[in-house]
Structure formats: C-alpha cells, structure tokens
Design a protein around this ligand. Structure first.
Ligand code: CUA
Length: 340
C-alpha cells in the first residue's frame, strides 16, 4: 500500500504497466535493473514515475492529434475547414491554459509529496560530492560527537524516509538514485536536501547526474535498502573500528599501508591512518565496489587500483603507486579486503 495516497499497489501497477506497454514500449526493455526510474522501489520514485508517464502519454496524444489535424488541413479544401477562429481560440489559448494549469497544480502536489516525510522523523545522511567519489556521513551515530564516515555507499532502513543533505567539495555534482527518488544538485558551499524513500529492500545504483569532469561517468554509488533490524546491525558493525589483522600477511599489509603514507589521505579507524582527503577505508572490504563503482571489490582489483589508479581513472586525486613491490601491494589489498 502506498504510504500516502492509499491507492492499492495492484491498481498502480496495472495502469503503469498499461502505459509502459503502450506509450513507452521501447523503454519497457530498460524497466528492470538496479538503476531504473521505470522500476521504482519507493513512494517518491513512484510519484515521479506517475508524473513522467502522464506527461509522456498526454504529450503523445496531443502530438498525434495535432499532426492528424495538420495532415487534414493540408489535404482538405479550405471550405471544409470551417470555424478556424474557434479552433485558434479553443486549441491555441483555452486548451493550453486549462491543461497547463491542471498540470501545474498536479506538479505542485507531487513536489510537496517529495519533500514530505508523512510525520515520520527522517534519518539524516550527509553526502558530499568529490571529483570523483561520494563521502557519506551519518551524524549522531558515531562515538560521542563523532560522525560515522563511509564512502560510495549509503545503507538505509526500508520504509523510513531518509533526508539526504548534499553538498560538494569542488565542482557541481548531482545526486541521483533513480529507483528511490528525485535528483538533487550538489553545490560547493551550499546545502541542498532531498527525501529518499526505499520500501523494497535491495541494492540500487546511484550515479552523478551533472557533468563534473573527465571521470563523471565513473562516479557511481550504491544505496542498500535493508529491513530496519538489519540496518541497525549494519550501523553497529560500521561503528566498530577496523578489525585487527588476522595472520602475518594481513599484518604485513597494514604495516605496508602505513609505511607507504596511505594514511595521509585515508582514515582507517583503529590505526594511525587518519587522513580526510580520500574515502574512509575502515570497512572498505564490505562495500559492493571500488573507486565509486569503477571496479569490483576484490583483492586483485584493489591491488590493480593502488598500482595504477591514474591509468584506470585518469586525473582522479589518488596517485598511482607503481613503486610498491608485488608482495607489499598484495598484502595491502588482502588486509584492506579483510576490513568488512
Ligand atoms: Cu560528479 Cu558528475
């Protein structure tokens, strides 16, 4: 059941399915997948999809009607086209005013719904766009005044609205998770907010939606919608510092990581590494991907990333480390991957 409108889910599916099959047959093939505005997983994305379908279907009908009328005007004799003044006033003035006013009212109602949390206290998450990754903070859930920091992945509880406060560190980016909500610009020195609602647990893909430089396309992230109790478990696990190395190889990896100076840019809580320029790596092994959706999260990919970050994602802020020997590289990757 929809959180606000009360219309039954089946009814919504039916008319949406019909609209998709009819007016958007070509797009229907793209309906599935973790990053699809046509396959909403929450009420806000549903409201946006309803508005989109209405605009596409309504615009399509009007377009076909006008084209048919234009065709008729070309072949018909002028005397068979009486009352042209009525057509101009009716079709050119009255119809647009009535239609656009009705659409505007509907659009205001949708916009209001998108910023409404239905009286529920939203979970606040702060996301900062960087060239080219996502810094994610959960204020109020760290130790004391501490803020829990992570990167390139938001985990949110199913059914509870999330207030995402977005800004940027360098240039304008745009935060967009098509399956869960609208799109919001991330502007340096300015905070914008948007409400995400995830009702269907799963992993959804977000993507930067504002061109922000060479690696704009490789600026993705995951939003994991978890049932509330699993969300609390995740929060508790994320709060913990990095696990102690298990075995000599992992210990060697941690030592090599610290020796190579990685801690100047990265934080690994529980170690001396406390840099803030790059992603927090305290639980990097538990994330779905590396380098903002660029690589799979495996020790091999991670070793390749450390050795050749500039080759894989040119101009990103992480230098390549070709000087690291194979053993050090492998040990660092194995240690970081153990940090679940
Ligand atoms: Cu960040 Cu495009």
């Amino acid at each position: 059941m929809d959180r606000r409108s009360g219309r039954s889910e089946g009814c919504r599916r039916n008319w949406r399915g019909a609209a998709l099959a009819g007016g958007m047959g070509l797009l229907a093939a793209c309906e599935q997948g973790p990053q699809s505005a046509l396959h909403p997983a929450g009420s806000n994305a549903e409201a946006i999809l309803d508005l989109t379908l209405l605009l596409v279907a309504g615009g399509g009908v009007i377009f076909l009607f006008v084209m048919a009328l234009a065709g008729y005007a070309v072949i018909a004799r002028p005397e068979r086209f009486p009352g042209s003044r009525a057509w101009i006033i009716g079709g050119g003035i009255v119809f647009p005013i009535v239609t656009l006013t009705a659409l505007q009212v509907y659009e205001f109602a949708v916009a209001r719904q998108l910023s409404d949390t239905g009286g529920v206290e939203p979970l606040r998450i702060e996301v900062t766009g960087h060239m080219w990754w996502w810094e994610v903070r959960y204020p109020g859930v760290g130790e004391g005044d501490e803020v829990l920091r992570t990167a390139n992945r938001l985990v949110i509880p199913a059914g509870r609205p999330v207030e995402v406060v977005v800004t940027a560190a360098d240039v304008i980016h745009s935060f967009w998770v098509p399956s869960l909500g609208g799109k919001m610009d991330m502007i340096p020195g300015h905070e914008n907010r948007l409400i995400l609602v995830g009702e269907r647990p799963g992993t959804y893909r977000g993507q930067c939606a504002e061109y922000c430089g060479a690696q704009h396309a490789l600026m993705a992230f995951d939003v994991v919608v978890e049932p509330p109790e699993r969300f609390e478990d995740w929060l508790a696990a994320e709060r913990r510092p990095a696990a102690e190395p298990d075995g000599p190889q992992q210990a060697a990896g941690r030592d090599a990581f610290l020796r190579a100076g990685c801690g100047a840019c990265h934080t690994v809580r529980g170690t001396p590494a406390n840099g803030a320029a790059g992603p927090d790596l305290t639980h990097v092994g538990g994330r779905g991907a590396l380098a903002a959706g660029t690589l799979p999260n495996t020790p091999e990919a991670l070793a390749g990333w450390i050795a050749g970050a500039q080759h894989i994602k040119p101009e990103n802020r992480m230098p390549s480390f070709p000087i690291l020997g194979g053993d050090d590289l492998h040990a660092i990757a194995v240690w970081l991957e153990s940090l679940k």
